[in-house]
Design a protein around this ligand. Structure first.
Ligand code: HEM
Length: 292
């Protein structure tokens, strides 16, 4: 790497103007970033492969819209999970992939909108009118604009230029998360299990953010957060069925106590949360030196 001589006569390595996404800030190859980059491309490659292979069913474009929408949600949740992972498992390096995950979410969201335009046969006026007329499209569009704003201000130069305002702007990811989930629920109509699960994981991540800093890596507190997130998820699912469908919400709620058909979304939230608790406790056993 090249270096520059500072005013005090010290040689400092100059940071290259452009770093490929698989390199860290020092310009070295980062196995973690390379792996996440590969993982970010896999869903897109699979969608293209299924499309070319005719595996997306009779409504190919619509199926691709659904898949890109689902992956946008997953990458937003993953980007929100980076800070908890850093704190809970004490792994400062994971922060390196937060920006990449956020930008990946934005790219999938743009592909999602582009596929919608393809589905509308490039009738631009109709696309605009539909976005204005249909509430679920309007909020999806607002969420997308928010993601693009965050993506456009994710460069080092923007972070320096915006100072404190950068943090404020990037907190809006939680508002974007609420809009994307509402869009997810509204378009899913009665079959909302995927949306309920995404909302439950979002609730867990939001509750974690609300914890006092010194409690954020305590396995006991994480356990309480997981159970609270599970209960709130079941409550949200109940409220959705009560307010937006004709399905009896009490039957849906009581299904949470029937394990015959496997775990329901609220239970998955508790299972994932307790998985974090177990991993957190294990990582402490492995990495904390024993005090005798
Ligand atoms: C950040 C922004 C967005 C996110 C996270 C998102 C996410 C999603 C998700 C998760 C689904 C459902 C997938 C499923 O249940 O199978 C979906 C469906 C859909 N989204 Fe989005 N979306 C966003 C923005 C948009 C925008 C801007 C448009 C178009 C203007 C749009 C149009 C649609 C359509 C047409 C469907 C399928 C509806 C159907 O088949 O009935 N979305 N979206």
């Amino acid at each position: 790497m090249s270096s520059t001589l500072t005013a005090t006569g010290v040689r400092r390595p100059t940071r290259p103007r452009f770093l490929p996404p698989w390199r860290d800030r020092q310009g070295r190859l980062s196995p973690l970033k390379s792996l996440v980059l590969l993982g970010a491309c896999v869903p897109a490659m699979l969608i293209v492969f299924w499309w070319l292979n005719g595996d997306l069913g009779p409504r190919t474009v619509n199926a691709a819209i659904h898949l890109t929408g689902l992956w946008t949600v997953r990458f937003i949740l993953l980007s929100l999970a980076v800070t908890p992972a850093r704190v809970v498992f004490d792994r400062p390096k994971v922060v390196l992939v937060r920006r990449m995950l956020g930008v990946t979410a934005m790219v999938y969201a743009l592909a999602h909108l582009s596929l919608y335009i393809v589905d509308m046969n490039f009738h631009w006026l109709e696309v605009v009118l539909e976005i204005v007329r249909r509430f679920y499209l309007t909020i999806g569009f607002v969420a997308l604009i928010g993601l693009v704003a965050l993506g456009a201000t994710s460069t080092d130069a923007a972070v320096r230029r915006m100072g404190r305002n950068w943090k404020r702007l990037h907190w809006s990811i939680y508002g974007i998360g609420v809009l994307m989930l509402l869009h997810h629920f509204l378009q899913a109509k009665a079959g909302v299990s995927a949306a309920v699960l995404a909302a439950g994981l979002f609730i867990w991540l939001t509750l974690w953010r609300l914890l006092p800093e010194r409690r954020r890596a305590s396995p006991w507190v994480l356990g309480v957060v997981s159970i609270a997130a599970g209960m709130l998820t079941a409550g949200l699912e109940f409220a959705w069925y009560a307010l937006a469908t004709r399905i009896n919400p009490w039957r849906v709620l009581s299904a949470n106590l029937d394990f015959a058909f496997g775990p329901r979304p609220a239970e998955w939230v508790v299972i994932c949360g307790l998985g974090v608790v177990a991993a957190c406790a294990l990582s402490r056993l492995r990495f904390e030196p024993r005090r005798s």
